[in-house]
Ligand binder design. Structure first.
Ligand code: BGC
Length: 478
């Protein structure tokens, strides 16, 4: 384990020293690197075989490029690896190529960025940071605080980003009043998908509330049809739970629990009810308690082996890949009792500053990503909606239109997804997800026990985060 940044010769220290003499370099904090190294010693080792085998290949690819070509070549680390996600990433690469930029793909499997986060830490510690990385939500502030991200204020002001970005998006891409990320699209995590043929077969109406959901779930179960397609993978269970919390309480309490991590919210009755409901919902998953990656869950739903699915709207293009047409084979609504709200995950790409040799290309990429044509094309392929207030609604499908229109209502109806790093720092997020997962898997553990443990975690986080980076609330009304 690397204990001291002073004593160990690491390649990235050289470029950090170089950077600290240039105009844009915020001071890189040695203590932060110590924390990163420690976190990595604990976490980075746990890579899957697929992730681990990608590391040397990527390093070789970068190392052999000719110097002139390499300045226009940007290696992009991201976690869009399902078939439809690949198409969206390929479209971005094609648009960049139109403008003379080469997008060198470094995709790391793992839904919600599980693998990508670990690979990124390893690569940064090895002095091999990619030029562009999908870093989202509060993690943007965590990485910016280390002094590693390129500030792209000039791109944002020349393009008048503040003139057309939603306020929540403006807050997400800034750190200490500097723009450090280019926003791509807004996903809605509280999306309910339902199979129209199965609902027609039993003459059922799509549920708007949890009481109605219970009613249709019982009928599907009685007819031998699995009511809900759901994985027991930790992040997917926690995504279901955040939907339940939002349904029980609304965005204000949701923020109290997941953003402010208020110990009183942990033991609140609304948290009890969400936990109780999680147990009930577990009974509607019917024997499919395995840790399937999300595209497998989509596959189950697309084969009509389950009547409903609650998942972010990245599932939409994946359903299209499997031949399912929106509003025909399936329809999308909102998770029960969350119709008025938008539980969001916003995708952003950040630029690692390095020695600034790629700065011109990185700035160009940032400018292109936010442009109207790229936003429209990418988001239609990705299942998300543009981050722009001037987006063309007529080009969106019914699900996207509802998502964009709700998000446009502002912070009062928006809830930042815990699972997708919108609510809190990485370490707190991981600990909360693990706690919810543990409760979900073990039917003997009671809501009261889970709540006590969450409360204890919150007290610990709050002590630890006093004055530390990352605890950023994107609700600008405060
Ligand atoms: C990202 C999406 C991605 C999803 C599944 C989310 O965190 O925002 O772009 O499709 O994870 O991996």
């Amino acid at each position: 384990m690397i204990a001291s940044t002073e004593k160990v010769a690491l390649p990235w220290l050289d470029w950090l020293r170089f950077r600290s003499t240039t105009r844009r370099a915020p001071p890189a904090k040695a203590w932060s690197f110590g924390l990163l190294a420690a976190a990595c010693a604990f976490n980075c080792g746990a890579l899957t075989m697929a992730q681990a085998t990608q590391l040397p290949q990527q390093a070789t690819a970068t190392g052999t490029a000719s110097p002139a070509a390499s300045l226009n070549t940007l290696q992009v680390l991201h976690w869009w690896t399902s078939s439809s996600e690949r198409k969206a990433a390929n479209a971005l690469a094609a648009r960049m190529a139109d403008e003379g930029l080469e997008w060198k793909d470094a995709a790391i499997p793992g839904g919600a960025g599980l693998g990508a986060g670990k690979v990124l830490k390893s690569r940064v510690l090895a002095g091999d940071a990619p030029e562009v990385t999908q870093i989202i939500g509060v993690s943007v502030a965590e990485w910016a605080e280390l002094g590693l991200l390129l500030e792209i204020d000039n791109v944002a002001s020349a393009g008048n980003w503040n003139g057309f970005l939603f306020p929540t998006i403006q807050a997400l891409i800034q750190h200490r009043k500097h723009v450090v990320a280019a926003p791509l699209g807004i996903h809605r995590v509280n999306t309910l998908y339902y199979n129209r043929a199965l609902f027609a077969q039993l003459k059922l109406a799509p549920p708007q509330t949890w009481a109605e959901f219970q009613n249709v779930a019982l009928k599907f179960k009685a007819a031998g049809i699995v009511p809900l397609a759901q994985s027991s993978e930790a992040w997917q269970v926690a995504a279901l739970f955040e939907n339940l919390v939002l349904a029980e309480s609304g965005p204000e309490f949701y923020r109290d629990l997941f953003v402010r991590r208020n110990p009183a919210a942990a033991i609140d009755r609304r948290t009890t009810e969400a936990l109780e409901r999680l147990r009930v919902v577990k009974g509607w998953i019917s024997g499919q308690l395995d840790e399937r990656p999300w595209p497998e869950v989509v596959r189950q739903f697309s084969r009509r082996e389950a009547a409903m699915m609650i998942m972010g709207d990245w599932a939409k293009p994946e359903l299209a890949e499997r031949g399912m047409a929106l509003d025909d084979d399936y329809a999308c609504g909102t998770a029960p009792d969350t119709g008025k709200y938008h539980l969001y995950s916003v995708d952003t790409l950040t630029m690692f500053a390095g020695d600034y040799r790629h700065m011109a290309s990185q700035e160009k990429m940032a400018r292109l990503l936010v442009s109207s044509p790229v936003q429209a094309e990418y988001n239609a392929l990705k299942g998300a909606v543009p981050v722009r207030r001037d987006a063309d609604l007529s080009k969106m499908d019914s699900c996207a239109r509802a998502s964009w229109t709700t998000f446009a209502q502002g912070a009062a109806v928006q809830a930042p997804s815990l699972v997708h790093r919108m609510a809190t720092d990485e370490a707190s997020r991981d600990a909360i997800i693990a706690e919810i997962h543990r409760y979900f898997l073990d039917d003997r553990s009671t809501p009261a026990e889970a709540q006590r443990r969450l409360g204890a975690l919150f007290r610990l986080f709050n002590l630890r985060s006093q004055g530390a980076p990352g605890a950023q609330d994107t609700d600008r009304r405060r």
